[in-house]
Design a protein around this ligand. Structure first.
Ligand code: UT7
Length: 320
């Protein structure tokens, strides 16, 4: 499998840390020191599926293709207003791909999902069941948080990152893990009541809950383990890797991981200061921005690494 082209899209409305202090008791100083975030983009009047489709169209353009060339659309998404149809089916509609020979499917492995989806795409491409997959990670995390809870609402942003994947030898190794810890990060929506439901569990709504410190610790230790393992699995050394793109959850997490590797610090990329944590979209958006800004080039080696609710982690070695 190989990356043929990338694209991304963010909402037009930028919210600075100072603007957040209108909603909760917080400050630019607290958010900047604890997270590295200065601003983020938040969905206002846009339609989420149109933002995802726009990122997808940009990836198709970058690959030098047209939407009709795509023979599978896979989206990764934790939550959006449509439970069904899938986001991938909505994207197909917005891109004007009439089908029926372009199947669509959604995946969800929380903030670590980007590499989970890459693994699925690789399975379809290496077994010749798809030739050109449009893969989009799109998230509107700002609609999963309680905007009166300063512990969570200041952390997130909305975004979509996309790529077209095709045949090639750019996917060198991957590692996926899952450890059952359902209470460290969760978000529960209510389902429709039935006349048969018992009282327990009817009111299941709970805006995003986050045990931040616990996640912080697990993120740092799992990243150290997974990055070493996946690079070794690819038959490479850490210093052979040109670029490290980690899930953008907190600049302090990235810095803590970075400190444990004896590598030039500029190999660890970051855009969290202007995007916030955009869940599964964070790595593909960062990748697209770094490629477009000329910091990542064809033929270079990259490591992707993420973590999220589950508790799940993922890592991959990819040649661009
Ligand atoms: O992508 C997966 C999801 N991402 C994560 O789970 C992120 C991982 N965790 C983190 O990045 C950090 O743990 C946080 C940024 C969430 C929190 O940073 P922290 O250094 O672990 O702070 P804390 O939760 O220990 O809170 C320290 C203090 C508390 O006050 P007291 O108890 O010391 O008086 C909080 O109430 O900071 C307070 N606080 C805030 N103050 C101002 C928490 N949120 C805010 C805020 N503004 N927004």
């Amino acid at each position: 499998m190989k990356i043929l082209g990338t694209g991304s899209a963010v909402p037009k409305f930028t919210v600075t840390n100072d603007m957040l202090s209108d909603y909760v008791e917080t400050s630019d100083e607290w958010i900047t020191t604890r997270t590295g975030i200065k601003s983020r983009q938040i969905i206002t009047t846009e339609r989420f599926e149109e933002m995802a489709a726009l990122a997808g169209q940009r990836a198709i353009d970058a690959a030098g293709l047209v939407p009709e060339d795509i023979d599978f659309i896979i989206c990764h998404n934790v939550c959006n207003c449509y439970v069904t149809p899938s986001l991938a089916a909505l994207v197909q509609h917005h891109l004007g791909i009439t089908g029926p020979n372009c199947p669509t499917m959604d995946l969800n492995s929380a903030c670590a999902g980007f590499v989970y989806g890459l693994d699925i795409c690789d399975a379809f491409i290496t077994t010749s069941r798809a030739k050109r997959i449009l893969y989009i990670c799109a998230e509107e995390v700002t609609r999963m948080v309680d905007w009166t809870q300063r512990e969570t609402c200041v952390l997130f942003g909305d975004a979509a990152g996309a790529m077209v994947l095709g045949e090639g030898d750019g996917y060198l190794a991957s590692k996926l893990t899952s450890t059952p810890m359902p209470d460290v990060i969760y978000y529960r929506l209510p389902c429709e009541p039935t006349p048969f439901e018992t009282g327990e569990g009817i009111d299941t709504h709970m805006a995003m809950q986050l045990k931040g410190r616990e996640v912080f610790r697990m993120a740092v230790s799992s990243a150290q383990r997974d990055i070493k393992d996946v690079v070794e699995k690819a038959g490479l050394r850490l210093e052979d890797i040109d670029h490290y793109l980690l899930h953008q959850a907190n600049q302090r997490i990235i810095d803590a991981i970075k400190q444990n590797f004896d590598l030039p610090p500029e190999r660890f990329h970051s855009n969290i200061h202007k995007r916030g944590n955009t869940s599964s979209a964070s790595i593909p958006v960062l990748l697209d921005e770094e490629i477009r800004e000329g910091r990542i080039h064809r033929g270079e080696l990259m490591v992707f690494n993420g973590f999220g609710a589950g508790f799940v982690t993922s890592a991959a070695v990819v040649r661009y």
